[in-house]
Design a protein around this ligand. Structure first.
Ligand code: TRP
Ligand code: SF4
Length: 405
């Protein structure tokens, strides 16, 4: 278990800068980030080192995409006043933790991560039999653990990476959480909560450890979460001691799965750069209109007088994202009876997409005209991120016995 106490929960997520963002990113990821930033302490970063694992021979695309991507985030409503927005390579602690973790991560754990083989298959034209690519998920683990993030919003394809992160954290805590005199220190820490609380803690701990009483575990956790006057270090000891392990230095994160809002692309498949079926997040309205007007429809509707079937039409999928019930029944009825033409049918979607993008284009304008503003956001976010990352590394080095440096 060893999860993060909820009141301290941080949310962390990253995106690789490998091209312009599209509406699939907006509906699948960014809308969710914008929501989360009001509920948690959020860290959102540009995973430029991760991009290097596949673009090491084409680094230009990274440099080109970084700033555009940050502007896309800001345009979508990510608010640097509440979320920390930064670039991975500006926080070298990610790399240091990655290196330290690599020393204790069995090779088999990385070879078994499904994306390792899948991506090599999928990107056949690239040589991904590299050290860096094998380490991709471990670098991701470092990204997460360096902030002790409790929740990581990701898609299904990334759940295995969070699972790896949990295993790595567990192994780390097992290896290095057993400081000298751990038990004595934990018991002293319990006393610092006051007589009554210490007694309760010890009782609950016994119940959990002797009888496997999960309810006692939960109660004890809640008790610890409620303690305002103990140090971070003592809190980690007490969490670890509760479960019979050592000090919990790197807590295990949980994936936060976004309700699979699969944004359909212009051809009915999932919107994705590799399918060439995207609408850019801030694409020019005239271009959006052109793309939608020329997108395919039910192939059986050759002439306007041929009745169609929305189920066989990618435009219908877009109506499901963008239209209300009234418009949707107008489509169903008009399509099946050949009462409306396909261009008529597309118009409400065109209008809605352009309307959705309007505030994003507007917000982006300010940043496009003033690149220093974007740099300022990134510099400040990096500053805040480094502060947290540095303090984790101090603790990590200490627990590994590396404080001689
Ligand atoms: N691997 C993620 C992706 O391809 C990007 C990423 C890198 C990430 N580090 C992360 C996501 C840490 C969440 C947390 O989408
Ligand atoms: Fe598709 Fe609409 Fe044309 Fe029917 S009328 S085929 S739903 S675009």
């Amino acid at each position: 278990m060893n999860t993060v106490p909820s009141q301290h929960q941080r949310v962390l997520s990253g995106m690789r800068p490998t091209g312009k963002l599209h509406l699939g990113h907006y509906h699948g990821v960014l809308k969710n980030w914008v929501q989360l930033q009001h509920e948690y302490s959020c860290f959102f970063f540009v995973a430029d080192w991760h991009a290097l694992t596949t673009e090491y021979d084409n680094t230009g695309i990274i440099a080109e995409s970084v700033w555009d991507m940050v502007i896309d985030w800001l345009a979508a409503g990510v608010n640097p006043g509440s979320a920390k927005v930064f670039i991975q390579s500006q926080v070298p602690e990610h790399a240091e933790l990655h290196l330290l973790l690599s020393m204790m991560t069995p090779l088999g754990w990385l070879e078994r991560v499904p994306t390792y083989k899948d991506q090599q298959e999928k990107l056949k034209e690239k040589d991904l039999a590299t050290y860096g690519f094998l380490g991709y998920p471990l670098l991701q683990s470092a990204d997460i653990l360096v902030y002790k993030a409790g929740l990581v919003p990701v898609g299904d394809d990334q759940v295995a990476h969070i699972e790896l992160t949990r295993e790595v954290a567990r192994r780390f805590n097992h290896l290095y959480g057993r400081e000298a005199g751990f038990e004595d220190k934990a018991e002293a820490a319990a006393k610092k909560m006051g007589k009554k609380n210490a007694k309760l803690y010890n009782e609950l701990r016994r119940k959990y450890q002797e009888k496997g009483d999960d309810e006692a575990l939960e109660t004890a956790r809640a008790l610890l979460e409620g303690q305002q006057n103990i140090t971070l270090s003592d809190r980690e000891r007490l969490f670890g001691y509760l479960e019979g392990g050592g000090k919990i230095i790197l807590p295990e994160p949980q994936p936060l799965l976004t309700k699979a809002s699969k944004m359909p692309g212009l051809d009915g498949q999932k919107m994705s750069k590799s399918y060439g079926n995207t609408i850019g997040l801030r694409e020019d309205p005239a271009e959006v209109e052109k793309k939608l007007r020329t997108m395919p429809t039910d192939p059986a509707r050759v002439r306007k007088t041929d009745p169609g079937d929305p189920e066989k039409c990618p435009v219908w999928q877009l109506h499901q994202v963008y239209s209300n019930d009234e418009v949707k029944s107008w489509v169903q009825e008009g399509c099946r009876s050949a009462g409306i033409g396909c261009l008529d049918c597309k118009q409400p979607v065109i209008d809605q997409v352009i309307k959705e993008q309007a505030p994003m284009r507007e917000r982006a304008e300010e940043f496009i005209n003033n690149p220093n503003l974007v740099r300022k956001v990134i510099n400040e976010g990096g500053e805040q991120a480094r502060e947290v990352a540095r303090s984790t590394l101090v603790e990590v080095r200490q627990s590994m016995g590396l404080e001689y440096r």
